[in-house]
Design a protein around this ligand. Structure first.
Ligand SMILES: C[S@@+](CC[C@H](N)C(=O)[O-])C[C@H]1O[C@@H](n2cnc3c(N)ncnc32)[C@H](O)[C@@H]1O
Length: 350
C-alpha cells in the first residue's frame, strides 16, 4: 500500500459519506441479525420498555445495549419516546414472529445460503457463474436444494415470506374476474395462488412445482384453509406437460432465476395450453429502461448471478418484446407497489 502524504492543504473534492455508508453495510446487517437473534423486536412487540427493563429481560449489559438500541433508532428499526424504546411499524410487522408479514425465514435463508455465496462475489464476476458453496459453479439453487446441507424447507419459507405481501399486491393489481383457473408455475409455497384465491372466490388454482416443494406447499395450503380451491401438481416445468385447463398462468420469481432464453420453451407450452383469450402473467422484479435501477432489483439480480447459471432481471420492455415475439397479443405492463411488476399477454382469439 502506498504512503499517503499531505503536501498542501486542499479543499475536500467530494464528501466520502457514501463510501462510509457502503463500508458500514455489513455492520448494519450484523446489527439487524444481533437485535433479531437477541429477541429485541419480539420483546418490544408487547410494550415499550426502558433501557434498564430491556437489559433485565434480555440479560444484557447496559453500556453495549444502550449503543445497540440507539443505533436501531437511527436505522428506523426502533423509536425512542420519553426514555422508552418501541418497535416501529417496520420492525413490528416484519421482525415479530406472530405477524403475517414476518420475514424470519428470509433472514435465516440469507444467513444460511445467500451470504456465503456473496463471499465469492468477485469470483462470480470474474467467472460469470454461480458460487453456491460446495458446488463449484455446476448447478443452480434448485439443484442445490437437493443437497442435505441446503434446506429446501427454509428456502420455501423465505420465498413464502417474500410472497405474502406481493401476493396481496398481485391479487389487487390485476383483474382476475374473467378467469377461473389459475396455474402457478414454480409456485413454491403457493403464496401467490393463496392470495389470489382468497381475494377472488371464482378462482381455482394449481401450484405446479418440483415434488419436494409440492409436499411443503400442501402444508401452507392446508394452514390457509384453502384446500378445496388450491391444489398442487408435482412436475418439472421444463420436461413435463403443463397441467391442463388453466385460463390464466402466473410465473413469478421463476423467469428471473432461469433467464428468458431458458424459459422460452415453457412460455411456448403456456401459449399452447391456454384457451384463446387466456392470459400469461409475468410477475418479476424489473429494471428501469437504462438498467441502472432500481438498486434493490439490481442487487437481487446479482443474487441470481450468485446462485443460478442464467438468471438475472431484465426490463419490462424486454419481457413485453419477448411475449410479443412468442405470439401473445395485447401485451401490457403494469407497475405495482412492489419490487415485482407485471407484464402480461393474451393468447390470440382467432
Ligand atoms: C424463487 S421460487 C418462487 C416461488 C413462487 N413463484 C413465489 O413467487 O413465491 C422459484 C420456484 O421455482 C421452482 N422450480 C425450480 N425449477 C423448477 C422446475 N424445473 N419445475 C417446476 N418448478 C421449478 C422452485 O422449486 C421454486 O419453488
Amino acid at each position: 500500500m502506498s504512503t499517503q502524504t499531505l503536501t498542501r492543504l486542499e479543499k475536500v473534492p467530494v464528501s466520502p459519506e457514501l463510501l462510509y455508508r457502503l463500508l458500514f453495510g455489513r455492520p448494519m446487517t450484523q446489527l439487524l441479525y444481533a437485535a433479531w437473534d437477541l429477541g429485541l423486536f419480539q420483546l418490544l412487540s408487547k410494550a415499550p420498555l426502558t433501557l434498564a427493563e430491556i437489559c433485565e429481560r434480555l440479560a444484557l449489559p447496559r453500556h453495549s445495549t444502550d449503543m445497540l438500541l440507539n443505533t436501531c433508532v437511527a436505522l428506523g428499526l426502533l423509536k425512542k419516546e420519553d426514555g422508552s424504546y418501541a418497535n416501529t411499524p417496520l420492525s413490528e410487522n416484519y421482525l415479530v414472529a406472530e405477524n403475517t408479514f414476518y420475514l424470519g425465514g428470509l433472514l435465516e435463508h440469507f444467513r444460511r445460503h445467500v451470504f456465503p455465496a456473496w463471499d465469492s462475489f468477485k469470483e462470480a464476476i470474474q467467472q460469470d457463474r454461480p458460487q453456491i458453496v460446495g458446488d463449484a459453479g455446476k448447478s443452480d439453487i434448485f439443484e442445490a436444494t437437493r443437497r442435505p446441507d441446503v434446506d429446501t424447507e427454509l428456502f420455501i419459507a423465505a420465498m413464502h415470506n417474500l410472497s405474502v405481501s406481493d401476493g396481496l399486491i398481485l391479487a389487487e393489481g390485476f383483474d382476475f374476474s374473467p378467469f377461473t383457473r389459475l396455474l402457478d408455475i414454480g409456485g413454491g409455497s403457493g403464496a401467490l395462488s393463496l392470495a389470489v384465491a382468497e381475494r377472488h372466490p371464482r378462482i381455482q388454482a394449481v401450484v405446479f412445482d418440483r415434488p419436494q416443494v409440492c409436499s411443503i406447499a400442501e402444508r401452507y395450503i392446508q394452514a390457509a384453509g384453502l384446500g378445496s380451491r388450491v391444489s398442487t401438481r408435482p412436475g418439472d416445468a421444463f420436461s413435463d406437460a403443463l397441467p391442463e385447463r388453466a385460463d390464466v398462468v402466473v410465473l413469478s420469481l421463476f423467469i428471473h432465476a432461469f433467464g428468458l432464453k431458458r424459459s422460452t420453451p415453457i412460455l411456448e407450452k403456456c401459449l399452447c395450453a391456454l384457451p384463446p383469450g387466456g392470459c400469461v402473467l409475468i410477475y418479476e422484479p424489473m429494471l428501469y429502461p437504462g438498467r441502472t435501477g432500481p438498486l434493490t432489483t439490481l442487487l437481487s439480480s446479482l443474487n441470481m448471478l450468485l446462485v443460478t447459471p442464467s438468471g438475472g432481471d431484465v426490463t419490462a420492455q424486454d419481457y413485453m418484446q419477448w411475449l410479443e415475439k412468442l405470439g401473445f397479443e395485447s401485451v401490457f405492463y403494469k407497475a405495482l407497489p412492489s419490487i415485482r411488476h407485471l407484464v402480461g399477454g393474451f393468447k390470440p382469439k382467432a
